[in-house]
Design a protein around this ligand. Sequence first.
Ligand code: FRU
Length: 296
Amino acid sequence: AKAAAKWKVGFSQCTTLEPWRVQFNKDIQAEAKKQPDVELVITDGQDKTEKQVADCENLVVQQVNVLLISPKESAGLTGVVEKAIDAKIPVIVLDRNVDTKRITQFIGGDNVAIGKAAGEYAVKLLGGPGKAAGNVVEIWGGMGTQPAHDRHDGFHAFTDKEPGIKNLLNNQSGDWKQDKAYNIMTTALRNNEKIDLVYGHNDPMAYGAYLAAKDAGRDKDIKFILGIDGLPDEGVTWVSKGQLTATFLYATPGAEGLRQAVKLLKGEKLEPVITLPTMLITKDNASDILKKNGLL
Ligand code: FRU
């Protein structure tokens, strides 16, 4: 332990039940190891708003020098973020935003842009602009989160222009979870003879939908399945196996979050928003990514 560390950085993670969150924690820990002046304290909200609120309150009591938070949802975490700011602790928000302008910085992907890229790609797969046709199953992430709304809005900016595209579901949320998406897809398969494309707001849900189709003996009929996250050992692997058609990289803000916290502690001024880059991952580039990560 770095007993004599100059700065204490608190990081409130919303859950460690999802693989992307596990990677996120690894990324922030690896960056913290490079910073001799930093002691990093990570808490796990266990996917419960109340637990995450209590975690943040606790980090405020510990008087961390900066609070990093990746909220489970916006509404329930906004109050405690403001409490920290009232206690003169600057807050950097990662991935899912809160509903206050008082934070020092937000770091995350541009989820509207990712949704648009997915929507544009879906239109292309289904026949191209003006000609696209097909039945679409969209599985939402957590309803109380900004990324889910942005991923929905971006997608529909393209697909809603196509009269031939039919949305089979009405805002159904799998809460980012594979098993919930499996159940939603199982019901959708039962109720619909023809499903052409599935859009999952993250890879675990897209994969859950694939498994449901496979178990129903219909995986060959579902032409396209799109996800988001692009973790090498998850989404990229599923794309390379042909289980998903494509995914969009959603890099974790772990390393950048820690670097920005250190900048702030050194007295530098931070930009209000840092947007992390994305990329389309298909069979064409999936194996390169797997090779780079030592998985092939
Ligand atoms: C993990 C996760 C990711 C997703 C992100 C959105 O908890 O569900 O799969 O991209 O959160 O906030």
